[in-house]
Design a protein around this ligand. Sequence first.
Ligand code: NAP
Ligand code: MG
Length: 472
Amino acid sequence: MIVKNKQFINGKWVDSTSNETIDIINPDTEEIFGTIVNGTKEDVDKAVESAKAAYLDFRNTPVKERQDLLTRIIEEYKKRKQDVIEIIEGELGSPDGEAHYMKGLNHFTEARNQLDDFAFKDRRGDALIVKESIGVVGLVTPWNFPTNQTAVKLAAAFATGSPVILKPSVETPLAGVILAEVFEAAGIPKGVFNLVNGRGSVIGNALSSHPDVRMMSFTGSGNAGSKIMENASKDFKRVSLELGGKSPYIILDDVDVDKAAQSATQFVYDNTGQVCDAATRTLIPESIKDDFIAKAKQIMENLVIGSPSNNNVDIGPLVSQQQYETVQTYIDKGIQEGATLVTGGTGKPNGFDKGYYVKPTIFSDVSNDMTIAQEEIFGPVMSIITYKDLEEAIEIANDTVFGLCGYVMGEDRDKLQQVSLAIEAGSVVINNNGGTFDLPFGGYKQSGLGREWGDYGLEEFLEVKALKGFYA
Ligand code: NAP
Ligand code: MG
């Protein structure tokens, strides 16, 4: 069992003012995998005080020093690769620990590389525009990508000279503890990074109400995001929100159906469906319906479900009992609302009595007003919707409160471009192109506010100051 009952505040591992701990459950075995401390508002106050004390020095460090810090972080992070993988398997239940490890590494590397030529200064005539850190930032992160969602924020904060307090999800907090150990080993200046574990209702609330926190960067559900925004509105903190999605995958009629079925299913079952930009609404033309459904069904039925530590497993368990129940409720709702169950359904897959395992599920004959087409399920559940023509496909794609991502696959470049431009979302993936870590990521509509990743991510943490007559 991994016991990590300390907070990291002002450069030291310290006790919380609380003696309570929170158990972290391994979703495969349902046994206790580790514990963290159930932190308090007093812990937050101490962490914010230390971040505030570090602010001016850190803001004013030469860019090269911050770049060197990121380089040392990258070196230390690489040393912990095996630990990261084991923790991702143990606390999240993902069989793909290496991919999670790589996401963290890529964000730190991207931020370091951005500092090669990021323009913190811009001269206009005899005026100078400077971009400088906004101040102390509170980071609140979800459980589904415990290295990615944390690293993307931390890398941008360190690159811009912004001291932070991180509160990871109670479901998967140990990845955050490893990052704290990495930063400590990399010699991060005291106060620049603080880790306060505990519940969102306490720690997240204390951070977003704290007068010395100038920005909240949050990834998670709309409910918690809106509470953070409400608190932040009292003293006009900047808020950056990465929220949920119900992303459409428009399959064009000239597509290679094998490739389309492979890609569309993968974007549903990846990370056991616990992905904010999962392509959970699959929009297909009538002409390929039977062929596509048969192929998608075959792929989903051949997925290897199993313990995350086994080799060659495609999907592991969901993160928690609660998540298991939520997904069951949605599958049941799909059946009640009259969608056709192609494969999967409620209950655990054969042979799985223990662990939060669900059946990879496909619904067809879904209409876009059904609950399973409108609400985020966060499990491996595909909703297939057929469309008559491209105009209708685009209309259905945009008929959602979300706008995180869109996907399109086909042969005709004009149509691909037309669809990608018409989708109302922060990203569109064309023919499976994964893109690079310098592309902005974030949502339209209820999928969020602001952009992370690369130079756009750095901008979020910066204030802009115009110095008039600076060179006069
Ligand atoms: P969540 O319940 O909103 O939790 C996210 C974080 O917010 C956790 O650390 C949570 O604390 C904290 N929190 C809860 N209540 C809070 C409050 N009142 N004030 C401040 N913080 C609070 O979301 P989740 O279930 O962990 O994650 C799944 C959601 O995240 C999905 O909706 C998914 O789409 C979204 N997501 C979005 C992106 C993106 O980039 N757009 C990426 C990944 C996930 P606890 O530890 O106590 O739960
Ligand atoms: Mg767990």
